[in-house]
Design a protein around this ligand. Structure first.
Ligand code: NZQ
Ligand code: ZN
Length: 385
């Protein structure tokens, strides 16, 4: 096993009706900014529920955080917090609202140009406002991690930052809040969580059987409940398991002490920034061809994945590996998510732009072996056409 440090201070409050517990979780004298996305929080009644749970606290609202939250929008929240002297943030939404809130929390306390937070991937963050979240979309794990991904509209840059200062103080996970999700977002959530697990599992063996088995258990759970989450919108047990699985997929636990890949995410971020494709869909495009491209470096783990997650035991090694990758694609397709660039209207002409953005963002040695150069990324994208 590799050396590691594991730290996760986020309190999880899980279950039906838990929004009411905000009164206990938010300091009584807090001056609160409630941040949310487009319309869903208001339309579903969650925003009203949040406001009523906050009781008599001084409260302002900031709506309009986009999917793939933008720097431009978030900086307006920073101004509002400064002018109104607010001191506690509450994110109500999915990964985009929580990520946006993390950036705002750090930017308010940051000296200098806040875009430097992204350029330095969080290294310059020394403080942040405290914040909590009410999660409405199980997918990213942002509710229990210290990462965020922010887009600068002006330059089509989508960059991530991480800092121990931006763990949520608490996150409320009420599975009934997911009932209103459109099927497209449920599917995105399942596939995003699936790929988060793969990024931390499908690398090379380091004698870490418990991390492997946690990861395999989470993957198998998603394979089992993913289609049910689509088919049975009001099934509490399915939504509860999906919510907790997506949180555990990226709260640091399964990634502690093992190599991590993340190349699929880095290439996927460029696809979203340039072409507006949903985050999870970019992962479904990149992952299968990345696994084929990297089959030698990942051989041992691919065979383990084939056997333990998909129960593939027949055939040569290469046949088993190919069968596992094909099953993965079939799983994504079964969730209604297409896996080729051409399915999203892109052809070979798009690839140059994506590769040059990877270079511009320093994404030139990706993956657990740091062997995915721009040329390799190009091959991966060409194979995904
Ligand atoms: O904007 P509103 O109207 O609220 O609608 C949202 C949005 O359009 C809607 N929605 C959310 N909850 C709903 C709902 N609609 C009905 N009922 C509900 N209960 O869903 C749409 C998508 O929301 P978004 O927050 O964008 O989705 P998701 O949670 O998938 O987040 C994606 C973002 O997270 C980043 C991605 O890059 C992307 O920007 N990621 C963050 C990570 C992290 N912090 O660790 C890791 C991930 O890999 C990912 O990169
Ligand atoms: Zn993701």
């Amino acid at each position: 096993m590799l050396d590691f440090e594991f730290y996760n201070p986020t309190r999880i409050v899980f279950g039906k009706g838990t929004v009411a517990q905000l009164d206990r979780l938010v300091p009584a004298d807090a001056r609160v900014l409630v941040l949310f996305g487009g319309e869903s929080a208001r339309r579903t009644g969650t925003l009203d529920e949040v406001k009523s749970a906050l009781g008599g606290r001084e409260l302002r609202e900031f709506g309009g955080i986009e999917p793939n939250p933008t720097y431009e929008t978030l900086m307006r929240a920073v101004e509002l917090i400064r002018s109104e002297k607010l001191d506690f943030l509450l994110a109500v939404g999915g990964g985009s609202v929580i990520d946006g809130t993390k950036f705002v929390a750090a930017a308010v306390r940051f000296d200098g140009d806040p875009w430097a937070i992204l350029e330095g991937h969080g290294a310059g963050v020394t403080d942040a406002l405290p914040f909590g979240s009410v999660l409405t979309l199980p997918a990213t794990g942002s509710e229990m991690n210290s990462g965020a991904v922010i887009t600068r509209k002006a330059t089509h840059a989508k960059l991530a930052f991480m800092s121990p200062h931006v763990f949520p103080r608490f996150s409320i996970l009420d599975p009934t809040k997911t009932y209103t999700l459109p099927p497209r977002q449920v599917a995105n959530g399942v596939v995003d969580a699936f790929v988060h697990i793969i990024e931390q599992y499908l690398t090379y063996p380091v004698s870490a059987p418990v991390q492997d088995r946690f990861a395999e258990g989470l993957l198998q759970t998603l394979v089992e409940i993913g289609p049910k989450a689509l088919a049975e919108a009001g099934n509490y047990e399915v939504r509860a398991n999906l919510m907790w699985t997506a949180t555990l997929a990226l709260n640091g636990l399964i990634g502690a002490g093992v190599p991590q890949d993340w190349a699929t995410h880095m290439i996927g971020h460029e696809l979203t920034a340039r072409h507006g494709i949903d985050h999870a869909r970019t992962l479904a495009i990149v992952l299968p061809s990345l696994l084929r491209e990297r089959r030698e470096a990942k051989r041992a783990k691919l065979l383990q994945y084939a056997e333990r997650v998909w129960h593939i035991t027949q055939g040569t090694e290469d046949e088993r590996i190919e069968a596992a990758i094909a099953r993965t694609e079939t799983f994504f397709n079964g969730m209604g998510i297409k896996t080729r660039l051409s399915d999203y209207g892109l052809d070979a002409a798009a690839i140059d732009g994506i590769v040059s953005q990877l270079e511009a963002h320093g994404m030139v040695a990706l993956g657990e072996q740091e062997e995915i150069t721009p040329q390799v990324s190009r091959r991966i994208l060409e194979a995904a056409l």
